[in-house]
Each structure stands twice: as structure tokens, then as C-alpha cells.
Write a protein that binds this ligand. Structure first.
Ligand SMILES: O=C(O)CCC(=O)C(=O)O
Length: 281
């Protein structure tokens, strides 16, 4: 854990551009990300920025944002299936997804220069688009379910190169008790694991060879992961909420293989920074 949870540093960043940067990673942090496929950076957002994000999250989850389509709000399965009645809509939502394309507050977060500077360092380019976004609500009291081991690119299998970066912002305190993210460092170098192969290997995770690294975070801290890094989160059996906003960034030179028909249908990919490239995403 310690080697992942590096704090922001005053050392100069890896880009030599003259442009003032809002956040500088150290070369050591970039090297760690390349080795591990994940990196935690504490206290990126201010308390005010977290507050705005938190309030907007609950407004959308409550169904009070008319500009967000209902299809972007997914309830936990027990509520979807009618096994349990919805008594509190906000605490019944599993996730909100594809919201930043419709919502100014979320889009401002996606384009927050502090976050995009870090992503630019990790992707090694200033030409960046958003693939998509998901806000995992992970409600307390056993309502928020687990997310099993997966690699993001196994779902986004139409996007190449499989070299995207997710910025997962903790809105609440994320702890081991309420279901913080867990990573297996280095697995982004394994290539894509088909689900039957993953099932065969999953029992080996957690030993000395492939340790599981939980990443608790303070509100406003962000963990970054590569789209091939294996990660999961446990159910929230605690009394504390655990909201986390995952924004998925890709290089603007990426291409989409339209012959892959079983990948998620996404809204048009929005430019976050830098140049667009004709014929690419
Ligand atoms: O927040 C979670 O529990 C899951 C997050 C996740 O799988 C992701 O950001 O890719």
C-alpha cells in the first residue's frame, strides 16, 4: 500500500513544457505507474471541489436532474428486480454512467487541469479524449454490492491501443470496510484476460506472487489505473457511504474497431485536451 499512496510532491514534473501546470507528478510516480499499473495521489481536490461533486452526485442519483437520461441511472439489482422496494432512491443506486456528456459540473471535473495534468503524464500525451465515466455509489448497510475482479479493457474491447487511464476520485472516505478499490499491481503487463482464463487464475490472487493491494483514500484523493490492471471492490457492509467517480481517459489518437459488436455503445467521445485526429476516436 505504502508504495502506491504517494502524496503530491513539489518536485518538478516530467513534462518539460513551459506551460504552467496545475499538478506535477514526480518521475518516481510516473515510473511507479508504469511498473504497477496503478497509483494513488492524495489530496488532489480541495474540500470545496469535493463538496460540489458530492452534492451534484446526489442530485443526479435522486433523479432530480432532468438533463440526465433515466438510462444513465442504474439501481442495485435487488431494487431493479423488485425484490426490495425503493425507500430511498439515492441509497438504492448502484451507479450513474455517461453523465459528464450531459452535465456541466461533472464535465468541469473531467477537465479539471489538476487531474488532466496527471493523466497527461501517465498517458505521455497532451491529446486526450474521454472514453466515458461511471459514478459508483456503493451505498452502506450491505446495499452497495461488490465489483468482481476485472480489467476495464476487457469491456472496452473495441478501443486500441488498450492503454487507457482511469482517474477514480474518492468522494467519501474510501476504506477497506466500505469497499475501497483493490488492485493487483503489474497485471496491466499480462495483456487482456478472457473471463474463462480469469476464472482459472483468480484463486491465485492474494498470495506472495500476486498480492492484492487495497487503496483506501481520503475524499478528494484519486487513484489512477491502467485499463488492463486487474481490480475489484468489496460490498459495503459498513455504515459509511463510499461514492467514487471514475473517469476513463484515452489518447485522442486511439482508434475504434467498428467490427467489434459486443462492446458498450457509447455517446460521442469528447475532447478533453489537445488535438483531435481525423479517422480516430
Ligand atoms: O468503484 C468501484 O467499486 C469500481 C470501480 C471500477 O471498477 C473502475 O473504476 O474501473
Amino acid at each position: 500500500m505504502d508504495n502506491l499512496a504517494l502524496r503530491r510532491s513539489d518536485e518538478s514534473g516530467v513534462f518539460s513544457s513551459d506551460k504552467p501546470r496545475a499538478f506535477n507528478l514526480t518521475e518516481q510516480q510516473v515510473t511507479q505507474f508504469k511498473l504497477n499499473g496503478c497509483l494513488a495521489v492524495e489530496d488532489v481536490l480541495s474540500a470545496d471541489e469535493v463538496e460540489v461533486l458530492a452534492a451534484n452526485t446526489d442530485r443526479i442519483a435522486a433523479g432530480k436532474a432532468a438533463h440526465i437520461p433515466e438510462t444513465s441511472i442504474q439501481l442495485e439489482k435487488v431494487f431493479r428486480d423488485g425484490e426490495r422496494p425503493v425507500a430511498n432512491q439515492v441509497l438504492s443506486v448502484r451507479k450513474l454512467f455517461n453523465i459528464a456528456v450531459y452535465d456541466e459540473v461533472m464535465w468541469r471535473h473531467v477537465c479539471n487541469p489538476k487531474i488532466v495534468d496527471i493523466v497527461a503524464d501517465l498517458l505521455g500525451t497532451e491529446d486526450i479524449k474521454m472514453y466515458g465515466d461511471q459514478l459508483f455509489m456503493k451505498a452502506p448497510g450491505g446495499v452497495g454490492t461488490a465489483q468482481g475482479w476485472h480489467q476495464d479493457s476487457a469491456s472496452w474491447r473495441d478501443i486500441f491501443p488498450m492503454d487507457l487511464v482511469t482517474a477514480w476520485t474518492s468522494i467519501d472516505h474510501a476504506t477497506e470496510e466500505n469497499g475501497c478499490l483493490n488492485f493487483i499491481p503489474g497485471t496491466h503487463r499480462w495483456g487482456m484476460m478472457q473471463s474463462d482464463r480469469l476464472k482459472r487464475f483468480v484463486h491465485d490472487f492474494g498470495g506472495n506472487e500476486w498480492p492484492i493491494v487495497p487503496v483506501p483514500l481520503r475524499p478528494g484523493s484519486i487513484s489512477f489505473h491502467h485499463s488492463l490492471t486487474l481490480h475489484m471492490s468489496n460490498a459495503n457492509r459498513s455504515a459509511q457511504r463510499r461514492r467514487g467517480y471514475a473517469v476513463h481517459y484515452m489518447r485522442a489518437t486511439s482508434w475504434r474497431d467498428e467490427s467489434v459488436t459486443d462492446a458498450p455503445k457509447m455517446p460521442p467521445f469528447k475532447q478533453v485536451r489537445g488535438h483531435a485526429f481525423p479517422g480516430r476516436v
